[in-house]
Unconditional design. Structure first.
Ligand code: PEP
Ligand code: MG
Length: 548
């Protein structure tokens, strides 16, 4: 029996077999190198190795699939030797003193983007080839790119870390728990685990990965953050007992279904749910959420290998609105970028992705993507009570631009004889300190605010939410963040608008009283937290004053 300690990000005990998650794609880090000449020699050896692999594959393909089909590997060989491609990599290694893996990966991205932008379909298809040969070279440079393992049955997934796109691509019905060596509390993977209500723990350290094997029996305890590998009978019996106690507790909470979210002294608040996919509606209804306070629409994009069409999006939004039967549904427009990446967007690598071309900035830079989503949203608006919400707002100017685009989309739909709900509410996320500080100016322009405490904390405290080493500097109850929320609430109410909180802090019951005293109108949390929060609200009595 072997025990590893991490941090629990979603409670619950899972007992089952381990499946080690291995990555299909290359994760390349930028590393500074002193000796660029040696790096160029490494590169040249890796290219030779890649060429010899390709020669072998070509020969094999010639006999197995014929000359025409084998020709692609000839093209790959030519690409490995292409002068422009090689010059770009070499320049980067020499000019920026970076490792060869990074230079190849960035060059691959740049070339792939250039190919994708070409008119000719044949040239467009070369984007995938350049990525393919670059991955091969990176692998020859020594980077591990082994295939993802998938065991039979439900498993405890163990990984170094999981990107949101990887998490969503896993078959949720077969995941008993997530366990990662790295990761941080507010990463989207942790959020996803909470929204799927799957026990999860992070930060077990690299050593746990070398101590486990596919198929090992394990206990993953999401509340304590402890992983027990090859447990003995006693540990197994204790885990099963804990599972029973948890299900009893859940049954008790079920008694709160149908009850009001009201404090002892009569103050009411809406408790809504956060979702990332229409498949979560079942759990929203099961947990008796009053509506949806945040639908992270970007997961629709992350689950696909190409831009979801207007029709595909319309179908999903309509399904969510219809399933919620007239209850409020807040759909946030695309928040891609930073840790949420989809290859087909062809985004450049950024030095500071959290401060980069993310969310609304991407939408305003590539308005065709934004307009497609807005058309789908407005068309769906007649099937329920839709609120459209824009992420990462930092200025009144960008909000004006967004509102103009919305007006334009509505005009376009009217001209085409298509229906939309005129009373569709438009709101913004308060997740940059800038937005909170100018919330008095933003409030008159919108119908509502929703505070994204995950990013608001990251940007206010200058603490990267993805970096687990910064956790001790990330005081989620920091007075600066709470004051920004309070200021936004006052400005919203002074302008007759409602304000919710949809970041992870909304579920923190140590702050529920404070939020109620600030006058927050809605708290939106993972579906499995709705009843716990209702329980907390119903236990509070605000009549005695108290601090705000
Ligand atoms: C937030 O930032 O608090 C938020 C809800 O958005 P996300 O976590 O998706 O960035
Ligand atoms: Mg955010």
């Amino acid at each position: 029996m072997n025990k590893f300690a991490g941090r629990g990000v979603c409670g619950g005990v899972a007992v089952g077999r381990i499946s080690v998650f291995r990555r299909r794609d290359v994760q390349v880090k930028r590393i500074r190198v002193e000796d660029t000449a040696a790096e160029l020699l490494r590169l040249s050896a890796a290219k030779e190795a890649a060429l010899s692999q390709l020669r072998e594959i070509y020969e094999k393909a010639l006999t197995e699939v014929g000359e025409a089909n084998a020709a692609i590997f000839e093209i790959h060989m030519m690409m490995v030797e292409d002068e422009d491609y090689n010059d770009a990599i070499t320049e980067m290694i020499k000019g920026q003193s970076v490792n060869a893996e990074y230079a190849v990966a960035v060059t691959a991205d740049n070339f792939a983007q250039m190919f994708s932008a070409m008119e000719d379909a044949y040239m467009q298809a070369r984007a995938a080839d350049v990525r393919d040969i670059s991955n091969r070279i990176i692998k020859c440079l020594g980077q591990d790119m082994s295939e993802q393992h998938t065991a039979d049955g439900s498993v405890i997934i163990c990984a170094d870390d999981l990107a949101p796109s990887e998490t969503v691509s896993l078959d949720k019905d077969r995941v008993l728990a997530f366990v990662t060596a790295y990761g941080s509390l507010n990463s989207h993977t942790a959020i996803l685990a909470r929204s799927m209500n799957i026990p999860a723990m992070i930060g077990l350290g690299e050593e746990f990965l070398s101590a486990i094997n596919d198929g090992d029996m394990a206990i993953a305890d999401g509340s304590t953050g402890e992983l027990t590998v090859c447990p003995d009978e006693e540990a197994l019996a204790a885990a099963r007992e804990k599972q029973r106690a948890e299900s009893d507790k859940k049954a008790l909470l079920q008694k709160l279904k149908g009850k009001d979210n009201v404090t002892i002294d009569g103050r009411r608040i809406d408790i809504f749910a956060n979702i990332g996919s229409a498949d979560a509606i079942g759990s929203v209804l099961l947990n008796d959420a009053g509506g949806i306070g945040l639908f992270r629409s970007e997961f629709l994009y992350l689950e696909n290998s190409d831009y979801p069409t207007e029709e595909q999006q319309f179908t999903v939004y309509r399904r969510v609105l219809e399933s919620m039967a007239g209850r409020r549904v807040v759909i946030r427009t695309l928040d891609i970028g930073a840790d949420k990446q989809a290859d087909y967007f062809g985004l450049d690598k950024e030095e500071n992705p959290a401060l980069g071309l993310r969310a609304i900035r991407l939408c305003l830079t590539r308005p065709e993507i934004f307009r497609t989503q807005l058309r789908a949203l407005y068309r769906a608006s007649v099937f329920g009570e839709l609120c459209i919400m824009f992420p990462m707002i930092a200025s009144t100017e960008e909000l004006s631009e967004i509102l103009d685009i919305c007006a334009d989309v509505r005009k376009e739909l009217s001209a085409a004889g298509m229906e939309y709900a005129e009373d569709t509410q438009l709101g913004i996320m308060i997740e940059t300190p800038a937005a909170a500080l100018i919330s008095d100016r933003l409030a008159p322009m919108v119908d509502f605010f929703s505070v994204g405490t995950n990013d608001l904390t990251q940007y206010t405290l200058a603490v990267d939410r993805q970096n687990p080493r910064l956790e001790r500097f990330c005081d989620t109850h920091h007075e600066a963040v709470l004051r920004l929320i309070e200021m936004s609430a006052e400005n919203a109410h002074d302008n007759g608008k409602w304000i919710g909180i949809c970041g992870e802090l909304a579920a923190d019951t140590a702050l529920t009283e404070r939020f109620l005293r600030m006058g927050i109108d809605e708290l939106s949390v993972s579906p499995s937290y709705v009843l716990k929060l209702r329980d907390k609200v119903r236990s509070l009595d605000l009549s005695g004053g108290g601090e705000t």
